[in-house]
Design a binder for this molecule. Structure first.
Ligand code: IPE
Ligand code: IPE
Ligand code: MG
Length: 254
């Protein structure tokens, strides 16, 4: 995918010291994008992959160390079988096709969600991509697949309860940091900026715990049209926000 040279470097009016360290994206609107063009929904999903690829590269170009993308929710199984199957095959195909390039770009891939319920062949690609890129030190790229925030919290509770039952953890020792150790996102910093495309003002079960203090940016732009110019707008808005973290005066605007 070619990138307009004007967008290759961080735009000069963005402060490199106040960029989010972790951007999370709810990539919504693929179906509507396709419908607007009189095409089947799957065409929108295909286009959506291109948008994601460029956003990942943009994070590298502009100095944003972590990106998390919501690819498939635990609720998305409720879609027509044909669409679900298409998505699973698409994920597998894209992973196989892009792995080499991601290695070359030093990307560290991580999948979060209930991976055991995914088709076996996809699971194998997922495992391979995580293993191969494990020691990479570039952009941390997390893909939420068969992910649900509620499901993630429940599985963490179960894991902790089981440790308590077996005497490995004392109830008094359960605190926020121990809880986080049991989330799929263990070791990944919380997102600073959450982007949702297609104008919907909701979270749709994404990273419920982790976005407690994320800045939320919603744009009517549909995901396949979310390009660097759109990302620039999101980052500009982010840099205009005052992050207070519940305090009265801003001391930390990073
Ligand atoms: C987001 O686009 C992609 C996935 C959920 C996999 P949608 O498929 O939800 O597109 P809309 O919201 O129907 O337009
Ligand atoms: C959220 O989009 C899930 C993903 C982007 C993967 P949805 O299209 O599933 O969300 P709702 O149904 O509009 O809440
Ligand atoms: Mg949608």
């Amino acid at each position: 995918m070619s990138v307009d040279l004007a967008w290759q470097k961080l735009p000069v009016d963005l402060d490199p010291n106040r960029l989010p360290k972790h951007v999370a994206a709810i990539m919504d609107g693929n179906g509507r994008w396709a419908k607007n063009k009189g095409k089947p929904r799957i065409v929108g999903h295909q286009k959506g992959v291109d948008a994601l690829k460029d956003l990942l590269r943009c994070c590298k170009d502009w100095g944003i160390p972590a990106l998390t993308a919501y690819a498939f929710s635990t609720e998305n199984w409720g879609r027509p079988l044909e669409e679900v199957q298409f998505l699973m095959t698409l994920f597998e195909r894209v992973l196989r096709r892009e792995l080499q390039e991601m290695m070359a770009e030093n990307v560290k891939i991580r999948f979060v969600g209930n991976l055991t319920d995914l088709p076996k062949s996809l699971r194998q690609e997922i495992e391979r991509s995580m293993q191969d890129t494990e020691n990479n030190t570039g952009t941390q790229f997390t893909i939420a697949t068969n992910y649900g925030g509620r499901q993630e919290i429940v599985q963490a509770c179960r894991a902790i309860a089981s440790k308590v039952e077996r005497g490995y953890v004392e109830v008094e020792k359960i605190d926020e940091s121990l809880f986080e150790e049991h989330l799929y996102t263990k070791g990944i910093t919380h997102p600073d900026l959450l982007i949702r495309t297609s104008g919907e003002m909701r979270i749709s079960n994404f990273l419920l715990w982790q976005i407690a203090y994320a800045e939320i940016y919603v744009t009517p732009t549909l995901w396949p049209d979310f390009d660097r110019a759109e990302f620039y707008k999101a980052l500009t808005t982010y840099q205009q926000r005052e992050r207070r973290f519940g305090k009265v005066k801003s001391t930390n605007n990073k």
